[in-house]
Design a protein around this ligand. Structure first.
Ligand SMILES: Nc1ncnc2c1ncn2[C@@H]1O[C@H](COP(=O)(O)OP(=O)(O)OP(=O)(O)O)[C@@H](O)[C@H]1O
Ligand SMILES: [Mg+2]
Length: 506
């Protein structure tokens, strides 16, 4: 019998020459006997819903009830070496994002062409320049970031990391600087999987599941920012969607702040409400409904649909003008765009922001990223993608999932835009092919299913500081989202992915 985590490759290849059959063995031999499954699944569902692994119903929204969030019965095997590597790197990744956010010229050069064709990014950029020209009233920013990575086996055994066991390495999908969710769902998924292993009478396996203090870490970041603001009566503002489906993941942040600091109050408002109830004092304090705001935590504002009219844009500008410490401030939001990510991956750029040794470590996370600018370099990328669309992902400047283009669809989209500047709204990225493993998918109102899956690990980081002075930069926990190996994107709220946790193997 193969042991957990052992990696097999039986030599099947897809038409791009990428092995299709790399698999990772699960933490337990599968399938589980039917009688065991029949016993454990209802217990796991009860544990999940009773610990806040829930979401609001998308259809038939009902404020009085919650639907079970989809989750995997068992933790997914993940190589310890790679997990520890990204955990250790996170504080450097935070600092990188912080320095990029504070480099006006770099952001300007990186986004110059994008903002000519992407209206959403241009509006963010306009807010940034307005605030900059007026004089920034709050020098301090709070970064609550999440670096998303996937396991991959480099195609030609191309680096030192994929040449030694477990013959895989991680590559970064992106770094999120706004609304980095799953600070609650990440740790809760670990609790569900721990409970399940306990009920399966496998306590000896529990040591493979790493601690996960994401909720405490992210909320600790907000509390540190609140302290730095220095006004005991001021509150924390969560900027939220009009309707929040992923309610547990937000509310538990509020409860954790209350647990850590009963003296701090949190209020929630959407952008429309901020436009109606928010104002600035002459010294730029942000007041909402009589409360002074110390810290603004954006869980919305990252997609065009959340700005219904000019009023919501005005609201965002009001917040950015204010003295409140923002997570993210507008320049942090811009630093997290896909175009900036692609520019950072150019040779030599990391060395502008990090020491040579740090730059080397971070660069090992990167996979191929290509500009689609109207230039010979961009032409070459277009040609490459048209010839081999399965090897790439085409990405617009959007967040929140469901916007990227995959496979043959890349050809269709590029065919339309390849000769116009419209293509500069996108970037091209190598498609990461994570190894497959099996797990039991549990979804509300559906029978449990043994399925083939791939995982994406999110590493949280917190950072607080000004351009010149960083007060702290920390690793702040993790989350794992797992999806069917057959789908392109695995949004949990969209129903394509599910909550999961890591089972470390050596
Ligand atoms: N290079 C890639 N290779 C393979 N899959 C990818 C790649 N880039 C993105 N994906 C898939 O698409 C999903 C969304 O991609 P990405 O994170 O770039 O977009 P997003 O809209 O910012 O999503 P999020 O809301 O998670 O921040 C990822 O979670 C991953 O499943
Ligand atoms: Mg994102």
């Amino acid at each position: 019998m193969a042991t957990c985590g052992s990696l097999c490759c039986d030599g099947g290849f897809d038409k791009d020459g990428v092995s299709t059959t790399r698999t990772i063995e699960s933490c337990l031999p599968l399938p589980l006997p039917v009688e065991i499954l029949e016993d454990i699944v209802p217990k796991a569902k009860d544990f999940a819903i009773l610990h806040g692994a829930g979401m609001r119903y998308r259809t038939n929204y009902d404020p009085d009830s919650l639907q079970l969030a989809p989750f995997f019965l068992l933790p997914s095997a993940f190589p310890r070496r790679e997990f520890e590597r990204v955990v250790k790197l996170q504080s450097i990744v935070n600092i990188l994002m912080h320095r990029i956010a504070h480099d006006y010229q770099f952001l300007k050069d990186a986004l110059e062409k994008t903002i000519k064709v992407d209206d959403f990014t241009r509006r963010l950029w306009d807010i940034y320049t307005t605030v900059r020209e007026e004089g920034v009233s709050q020098e301090m920013s709070l970064g609550l970031v999440r670096s998303d990575v996937m396991l991959t086996k480099c195609q030609a055994g191309c680096c030192e990391l994929c040449q030694t066991p477990p013959f895989v390495t991680v590559h970064q999908v992106e770094v999120n600087t706004i609304a980095s969710g799953f600070g609650h769902m990440g740790p809760i998924s670990g609790s569900i999987n721990r409970y399940v292993l306990g009920e399966l009478r496998k306590p000896e396996l529990l040591g493979h599941l790493p601690e996960n203090d994401a909720l405490a870490g992210l909320c600790g970041g907000m509390i540190a920012a609140w302290d730095a603001y220095g006004c005991p009566k001021a509150v924390i503002l969560f900027v939220v969607e009009d309707v929040t489906y992923n309610i547990c993941d937000q509310r538990f942040h509020e409860y954790e702040i209350r647990r850590q600091r009963p003296d701090i109050h949190v209020i929630r408002r959407n952008l429309t409400q901020i436009s109606q109830q928010g104002c600035l004092t002459s010294d730029k304090r942000l007041i909402i409904d009589g409360d002074e705001i110390a810290v603004v935590y954006f869980r919305a504002g990252y997609e065009p649909g959340q700005y219904h009219s000019e009023a919501e844009w005005e609201a965002r500008l009001t917040v950015e003008r204010s003295k409140a410490i923002k997570s993210p401030s507008i320049h942090y939001h811009l630093a997290g765009t896909k175009k900036v990510q692609q520019e950072i991956a150019r040779p030599g750029v990391l060395n502008k922001f990090l020491s040579d040794s740090e730059a080397k470590l971070v660069s090992q996370l990167f996979t191929g990223l290509y500009t689609l600018d109207m230039s010979p370099e961009g032409d070459q990328a277009v040609q490459m993608a048209m010839e081999n669309p399965e090897r790439f992902v085409l990405k617009p400047q959007r967040e929140g999932g469901g916007n990227n283009v995959y496979g043959q669809e890349i050809r269709t989209v590029l065919e339309k835009i390849k000769d116009s500047q419209e293509r500069e709204a996108y970037i091209l990225m190598d498609r990461i092919r994570p190894p497959i493993q099996q797990n039991y998918l549990i979804r509300a109102h559906e029978p449990v299913k043994l399925v083939e899956v791939v995982s994406e690990l999110g590493i949280f980081g917190t950072i607080l500081g000004t351009a010149k002075d960083i007060q702290f930069s920390k690793f702040a926990g993790h989350m794992l989202r797992t999806k069917l190996s057959s789908v392109n994107e695995g949004g949990v709220a969209a129903g394509l992915g599910a909550l999961d946790s890591v089972f470390l193997f050596d």
